[in-house]
Design a binder for this molecule. Structure first.
Ligand SMILES: N[C@@H](CCC(=O)N[C@@H](CS)C(=O)NCC(=O)O)C(=O)O
Length: 205
């Protein structure tokens, strides 16, 4: 298996965190310089039709794109520890939270950074209003999830799942906007982030 990836980008990072939590060692990686547009070539488009990262090339040549789909595939090869749900019911709750985190936290954050950070003119036609809306949406959701985490240790319940990975990868990307959860105003999110940093997903090699 070969993983096309790039540093400091939340979607590839979701896969790397998943790999660390599973303890998977046999994935070759190909690092692409996103900000230099290395992924915009015809060669890479032949691998990933929308020229996005990550992309996982299987040993038989087939390609899986979409970070979550890559994680689903890896979960099928390495079922333990289970990160997608032991029962259909648990899987539904995990999926619900993972989608909420992806659409209400990661996407507004990406809008904020891609449309607001000067370095991102390299890959984005910036619309300043999108940055403003993104920042607002992200901050609103951070408060919401902080309140949720007052009652439990992890995004879904009492155990770590793929939804924690999506949220933690978002936190990592938020550092580009010089944002992290503050112990006074977002105490539960702050404590959850400290728990994530102590886990395999938080140990960058
Ligand atoms: N839905 C895709 C999104 C992939 C994506 O947007 N990747 C970003 C990096 S985080 C990318 O490759 N962007 C390239 C660009 O915007 O030119 C996934 O989950 O993998």
């Amino acid at each position: 298996m070969k993983l096309y990836t790039t540093g400091m980008a939340p979607n590839p990072e979701r896969v790397h965190m998943f790999v660390r939590e599973k303890g998977i060692k046999n994935i070759e990686t190909v690092e692409m310089a996103l900000m230099k547009g290395e992924h915009k070539t015809k060669e890479y488009q032949a691998i990933s039709p929308f020229r996005q990262l990550p992309a996982l090339v299987l040993d038989d040549g087939r390609v899986i794109t979409e970070s979550k789909a890559i994680c689903v595939y890896l979960e099928s090869l390495y079922p333990e520890p289970n990160l997608f749900g032991e029962t259909g019911e648990e899987a539904a709750f995990i999926e619900m939270w993972d989608r909420r985190i992806e659409f209400m936290m990661l996407m507004p954050l990406a809008m904020w950074i891609r449309h607001g950070h000067p370095a991102f003119v390299a890959i984005e036609k910036q619309i300043p209003d999108m940055a403003v809306r993104g920042e607002k949406g992200f901050r609103r959701f951070a408060q919401y999830i902080d309140a949720e985490l007052a009652n439990r240790d992890y995004i879904v319940g009492e155990r770590f799942t793929v939804a924690d990975i999506t949220a933690f990868a978002s936190m990592g990307f938020a550092r580009v906007a010089k944002w992290k959860p503050d112990a006074e105003t977002l105490p539960h999110l702050h404590a959850w982030r400290a728990r994530m940093m102590a886990r395999p997903c938080g140990q960058k090699s």
